[in-house]
Design a protein around this ligand. Structure first.
Ligand SMILES: [Zn+2]
Length: 246
């Protein structure tokens, strides 16, 4: 029986998925060796598959699996209509992306009180679960740090807030340095700790790298601006500022 390209191309999606029997695999590989047309077809299928492998890296596992299973089905049924698949996939991605945004990325700011953060002497304590919530910016001169906390639905679900009493950082001994290391690195010691207000721009905080790449004058201006809107928690000369926690 002469194997036609049609037969091979029907088998290709399964072949690319590694879901064919040994006999079919040998059959397909034998044909691919001599047939440019089918090899092209195989390349296209593999390129499609590669795109989904990339997605797995770009998206959390559950989403990648949804996309992958969606694709597998689609690819088998609409082998010759890859464009249609791509269009459908683009829609799916937009929806998943939006869902992901509201689940994982939309950040609800926590006020200092809600954050449960407190300074005691030179030590920053968390009196509530801070896992996944605590974020901060450090000024380019490494002397001032601006903390803030936020939650996403995903964080609330994964790490429900509960009372605790954990030391987060000792600002006299930041970065877990020994006394000797501290002496050598005295210039990089944090001198002030602030808590950022709600009205500051989250996106701004995540552009900290831009902040660092700005020239010194610009950076100093930005630091000054952030200081003017934030609550001072601690400074190296006076220790903890008198705020809350009696
Ligand atoms: Zn062929």
């Amino acid at each position: 029986m002469k194997i036609t390209c049609d037969v091979i191309q029907d088998l290709l999606p399964l072949y690319v998925d590694d879901a064919v029997s040994e006999d079919s695999r040998i059959l397909v590989e034998g044909h691919l060796k001599d047939c440019d047309i089918c090899r092209k077809e195989e390349e296209q299928l593999r390129a499609g598959q590669g795109a989904f492998e990339n997605l797995k890296e770009a998206y959390p596992r559950e989403e990648a699996e949804v996309i992958a299973s969606f694709l597998k089905v689609r690819r088998s049924i609409l082998r010759k209509r890859i464009l249609a698949v791509c269009a459908a996939l683009a829609c799916t991605l937009v929806l998943l992306r939006a869902g992901h945004y509201f689940y994982s990325e939309k950040k609800d700011y926590l006020s200092l009180e809600e954050s449960g953060l407190v300074m005691r002497g030179d030590e920053l304590y968390a009196t509530k679960t801070y896992y996944g919530r605590l974020a901060g910016i450090v000024s380019p001169d490494q002397k001032i740090t601006f903390l803030f906390c936020y939650e996403t639905p995903e964080i609330r679900k994964s790490y429900p807030s509960a009372p605790c009493d954990l030391m987060v950082t000792d600002y006299r001994k930041p970065f877990q340095m020994t006394d000797e290391e501290l002496k050598e690195n005295d210039k990089v010691r944090i001198e002030k700790v602030y808590y950022l207000p709600e009205n500051f721009d989250f996106k701004d905080a995540y552009k900290a790298s831009d902040y660092e790449s700005e020239n010194a004058d610009e950076a100093a201006k930005k630091t000054e601006m952030l200081e003017s809107i934030s609550t001072l928690l601690w400074d190296v000369e006076n220790g903890a500022a008198e705020i809350q926690e009696g």
